[in-house]
Design a protein around this ligand. Structure first.
Ligand code: AMP
Length: 251
């Protein structure tokens, strides 16, 4: 696996790809089996696979969340190498934001709901950084997890709104055997937190109104950020030991 750190170098290498298909998986590091499932598909369905590891500060509204994000670059490289990824793009802030975030991409409707209502500016940061990645990597296909379903929908809308020739591939949520959606942030939970966390998914799957589910979550020991049913899907975010967990299910 070749590790590339600058836009100039990536663009030079990109020229050598010619007509080959390119599968791309953007991540913030702290890689786990959820990320790995996206990598496997990108490798299987394309001639060339590219991953990025970049902890994007512009999508963090909470500074403490950014500072305590559990990621280790050496571990991430080892996992990507083992998976068989061809290229890893691992930039820094000055590389990604030569404009110091003077320019941003905004969506005015859905990005203000659900997680967007609770994390002001979050989806501006996500859309902006992914647009930048798409312009650098120029992927044929890009893979996103349904764990962040609102993010996937917003990126799908962006690709359509800007007539971008990129196929977005939504990938199913990878869960622990106990139902807990795998997340880098799960590593921040204590042993007790990890024992309670699977209840989040269990309660979401149990049916009932938004209010009933929120009440069940609170009774179980979660602090509810939101529970919303929209377009045959239930979305929720909760805090457990100050760690923000999200999940969603079709219903
Ligand atoms: P992140 O590093 O959290 O930005 O995630 C990078 C990509 O991996 C995003 O498209 C996520 O939706 C996806 N992802 C993260 N966790 C999971 C999971 N448990 N199952 C499926 N996809 C996931």
């Amino acid at each position: 696996m070749k590790i590339i750190k600058t836009v100039e170098e990536f663009k030079e290498i990109r020229k050598t790809f010619g007509d080959k298909s390119v599968g791309f998986v953007p991540t913030m590091g702290g890689l786990h089996n959820g990320h790995l499932s996206l990598m496997k598909r990108a490798i299987a369905e394309n001639d060339i696979s590219v991953a990025s590891v970049y902890l994007n500060p512009t999508q963090f509204n909470d500074k403490k969340d950014l500072e305590t994000y559990p990621a280790n670059f050496a571990d991430d490289c080892a996992l990507l190498e083992k998976a068989g990824v061809d290229y890893l793009f691992a930039p820094t802030y000055p590389v990604m934001y030569p404009d110091d975030y003077a320019y941003m991409l905004t969506e005015k409707r859905f990005s203000k709901e659900l997680c967007g209502a609770k994390r002001p500016g979050h989806f501006d940061g996500v859309l902006t950084v992914v647009m930048k990645f798409f312009n650098i990597v120029r992927p044929t296909r890009a893979y996103f997890g349904e764990k962040d379903y609102q993010q996937y929908k917003l990126l799908d809308g962006m690709v359509k709104a800007f007539f971008m020739d990129i196929e977005l591939v939504p990938c199913p949520i990878v869960r622990e055997e106990n139902g807990l959606a795998i997340s880098s942030r799960n590593r921040k939970l204590s042993k007790e937190g990890l024992a309670l966390a699977p209840k989040f998914h269990e309660i979401l799957a149990s049916g009932g109104s938004e209010e009933e589910i929120a009440a069940k979550l609170e009774a179980a020991g979660f602090k509810v950020d939101y529970v919303t049913i929209k377009d045959n899907r239930i979305y929720a975010a909760v805090f457990l030991e100050e760690v923000r967990l999200i999940d969603n299910l079709e219903r």
